[in-house]
Design a protein around this ligand. Structure first.
Ligand SMILES: NC(=O)c1ccc[n+]([C@@H]2O[C@H](COP(=O)([O-])OP(=O)(O)OC[C@H]3O[C@@H](n4cnc5c(N)ncnc54)[C@H](OP(=O)(O)O)[C@@H]3O)[C@@H](O)[C@H]2O)c1
Length: 325
């Protein structure tokens, strides 16, 4: 697998998102043994960057990774996130990037992950109640102490990125970016490139939609976050099918699968980008990793870049307000 640099952090250019193993999808948490096999297969295939967060579960996704990584810790670049659990306050799904909260969060993550350091520690969402300079300063202290190696932000706006970076250099920003979610291209990517910050696109497969395997919204069970997501509901869902169908057509043309095409298009956007497709299945991590070898033609890339825009927002209103602050 080819490697890229996220600033000064070397990673294989396709990573693994672990969230869905425990959280978010209809069948999350139903087969931990297969999830652990998937992590091991990912490592065999050369994947290094593995992504989780304390909020996934909450906590159980980090615990699962802690079990999976026993004996493999040194082979991976382990990324987790703080800031969506307020430990002394209102609990999960409450923004809190106060330095004291970060101190509590990091100890919990280290314990659950079974490690003495986190390679890449992201603020999960910007906390308007805490100046980002204070958050960056708290992570800088953790870096000095050796508990954290690199600082990241997720879904932060351009000013926040600049302000945080001035206090503690930001290694990577993790934001949603895929064939049907391209909002960061105008406002965020140029800032990252100017400051030499890497990009980790999350949900590179459009939460599964771009793979063409999501055909019916009735399949989403209680607890599947796509149930309330504007892109996956009602008329928008039907309208967005044309995007998945066109990705399938180009995939057939490229003798590849739609998932591979979606990943290869992202890889073609720069050598400062490392997407983290999520899967909990061995055969899919094999399929997704093979995108490393897929060379799309410029005509195929152009067709992918010209897909129709998606109908519906990426998030419901309350969650959308937390983006790009
Ligand atoms: N920073 C943030 O705020 C944020 C938000 C969301 C996600 N993330 C991170 O990004 C990672 C990926 O995002 P995501 O899970 O939302 O979306 P994704 O990677 O776009 O898609 C994952 C979905 O696609 C399915 N899938 C994976 N490979 C497939 C293939 N080859 N063919 C058909 N289906 C396939 C998975 O099902 P199976 O698991 O059953 O294969 C899962 O349902 C997460 O794990 C998480 O680490 C971060």
């Amino acid at each position: 697998m080819k490697h890229v640099k996220l600033r000064d952090l070397d990673v294989a250019r396709i990573g693994l998102g672990a969230m869905g193993m425990s959280h978010g999808f209809s069948d999350s948490g139903t087969d931990d043994a297969e999830s652990i096999r998937t992590v091991h297969r990912a490592i065999d295939l050369g994947i290094t960057l593995i992504d989780t967060a304390e909020i996934y579960g909450p906590y159980i996704n980090e615990e699962l990774l802690g079990r999976a990584l026993k004996g493999h810790r040194d082979q991976v670049v382990l990324a987790t996130k703080f800031g969506l659990v307020s430990h002394a306050g209102a609990g999960p799904w409450n923004l809190d990037s106060d330095p004291a909260n970060i101190r509590t969060a990091v100890e919990g993550s280290l314990k659950r992950l079974g490690t003495d350091h986190i390679d890449l520690y992201y603020q999960h969402r910007v906390d308007p109640g805490t100046p980002v300079e204070e958050t960056a300063g708290a992570v800088a202290d953790l870096i000095t102490e050796g508990k954290v190696r690199h600082f990241g932000l997720s879904e932060a706006g351009p000013d926040t990125i600049r302000r945080a970076h001035a206090v503690q250099p930001v290694t990577a920003v993790q934001s949603e970016y895929s064939l049907w979610t391209r909002g960061i291209e105008d406002r965020i990517l140029p800032v990252l490139r100017k400051l030499n910050i890497g990009l980790v696109p999350f949900s590179p497969l459009g939460h599964g939609f771009l793979t063409g395997t999501v055909r019916n919204e009735a399949d989403f069970k209680e607890g599947d976050f796509r149930r309330g997501n504007p892109r996956f509901t009602g008329e928008n869902f039907q309208c967005n099918m044309r995007i998945a169908d066109q990705v399938q057509t180009i995939a057939t043309d490229a003798d590849a699968t739609p998932a591979q095409v979606a990943i290869a298009w992202l890889l073609a956007q720069g050598d400062d980008i490392a997407p983290i497709p999520g899967t909990k299945r061995v055969h899919r991590v094999e399929e997704n990793t093979a995108a490393d070898h897929l060379q799309l033609t410029s005509e195929q890339l152009d067709r992918l870049s010209s897909l129709p825009p998606a109908a519906g927002d990426t998030h419901p209103e309350a969650a959308r307000r937390m983006l790009e602050r």
